[in-house]
Design a binder for this molecule. Structure first.
Ligand code: GCO
Ligand code: MG
Length: 405
């Protein structure tokens, strides 16, 4: 099954997505997602110039060999651009293998470990009561786990909640230069405990909550936050601090029993090896697109299982539906799956381009039994939505210091 051609598409049905299509001589093709938010064209060039020419004529069945050819075989390993390129090829090859076998991908990964995939929804509000009303809506829709984010009083914008982000994670694709936002840890601390205190008072302890800090705290501040929130029983606290130095989490862990979740920007197992083997986190949030595809996700999940860490794949809208479908096959088959982040299946335009049969029922997602990934990409429809350069905001402290994302 020789690879005959590889096509790369960039489309913007509200957000930019980089889609890879690997076509074999037999006419079977597979799809992969190579989207790196705000760096889309770097992956396109990497693929077109440095990956595609090396793969023409290779056997599409050799998933492991091709993965290592693109990873170990090159001098420049790792990094988001390289790993997203590898990921997209890897997803496409698994899609092809599934189609040839006539089996949905999860069957090739070991079959079902569960009947459906539990997801958590987002409740983003401008005030605490607004956030809690959104939580109530999520509960009404059947979600059992909700992520609570609330604007920080005193700041003009809070990521994901206020300003031009009311429309959920820059869906407009209209940020040709990075906007700047201000962060204040003290103002945040003045709000966050009230948020969870009021949430528990209104909803009790049946429903599970998570919270994302987007790495804005120092390790000792994270420790303080974890301790402060213990009584509100979070399913997990996400990204309290940057973990470039994985050792930092020893300090956080030492002080709090609030479960910790990390990893949405990690590109390889090496980025989280110490966190996992020292049991410094409880959920690993790597995404198939950013961490080297299905092959790499499976290895990371297996390694994590040795240390009682569960998977909780990133599910923000900057991952295309192809990545989301790949996650569903992994989630349904991975024994140590924990939970999947969920922000909807995509807007109307996105669903015109990416066609799939996953469905949501009572806070759980079910995959289809179509061979391979079970998703189609409409190339003609995609042409209508032309790439628009768009950036995430930059974060600064109130004195102008550039701060962590
Ligand atoms: C999440 C993420 C998002 C990211 C986004 C950046 O947990 O969903 O942290 O909020 O900010 O994916 O592109
Ligand atoms: Mg996050």
């Amino acid at each position: 099954m020789k690879i005959k051609d590889i096509k790369i598409f960039v489309s913007c049905p509200g957000r930019n997505f980089v889609t890879v299509k690997v076509i074999t001589e037999d006419g079977v093709y597979g799809l992969g997602d190579a989207t790196v938010n705000g760096r889309e064209m770097a992956v396109v060039t990497y693929l077109e110039e440095h990956v595609v020419p090396c793969l023409i004529g290779r056997d599409a069945h050799d998933i492991e060999d091709i993965w290592h050819y693109l990873y170990r075989g090159v001098y420049w390993r790792r990094g988001p651009i390289t790993m997203a390129a590898i990921a997209a090829i890897d997803m496409a090859l698994w899609d092809i293998k599934g189609k040839v076998a006539g089996l949905p991908l999860y069957q090739l990964l070991g079959g079902k470990s569960r009947t459906g995939v539990t997801v958590y929804a987002h409740a983003n509000g401008e005030t605490i009561s607004d956030t809690l009303d959104k939580v109530a809506e999520c509960i009404e829709q059947g979600f059992k786990v909700v992520r609570l984010q609330c604007a920080v009083p005193g700041l003009t914008e809070t990521y994901g909640v206020l300003g031009d982000k009311k429309d959920y994670f820059e869906l407009q694709g209209n940020r040709p230069l990075p906007p700047e936002q201000t962060w204040s840890t003290s103002k945040y601390f003045n709000m966050v405990e009230d948020l969870f205190e009021q949430a528990r008072a209104r909803f009790g302890y049946e429903i599970e909550f998570t919270h994302d800090v987007h790495s804005r705290l120092t390790p000792i501040e994270s420790a303080k936050l974890g301790k402060m929130l213990e009584k509100y029983n979070l399913l997990f606290l996400e990204d309290p601090s940057i973990a470039e130095n994985q050792e930092n989490y020893k300090l956080i862990r030492h002080h709090t029993t609030t479960p910790l979740a990390l990893g949405e920007t990690y590109n390889t197992l090496w980025d989280c090896k110490d966190l996992l083997q020292n049991q410094l986190i409880d959920y690993i949030r790597v995404a198939a697109t950013h961490a080297g595809g299905i092959t790499a996700m499976k290895r990371i999940a297996d390694f994590a299982s040795v240390f009682n860490v569960k998977t909780a794949p990133h599910g923000a809208p900057d991952l295309s539906p192809i990545c989301f479908v790949a996650h569903m096959h992994l989630n349904i088959s991975t024994p140590n799956f924990g939970i999947q982040e969920y922000v909807g299946m995509g807007n109307e335009e996105t669903l015109k381009i990416f066609k799939h049969e996953m469905y949501l029922e009572n806070g759980m997602i079910y995959v289809s039994d179509k061979p391979g990934l079970g998703i189609e990409f409409d190339e003609v429809a995609a042409e209508e939505y032309v790439y628009k350069r768009s950036y995430l905001p930059v974060s600064r402290l109130e004195d102008g210091t550039l701060w962590h994302w």
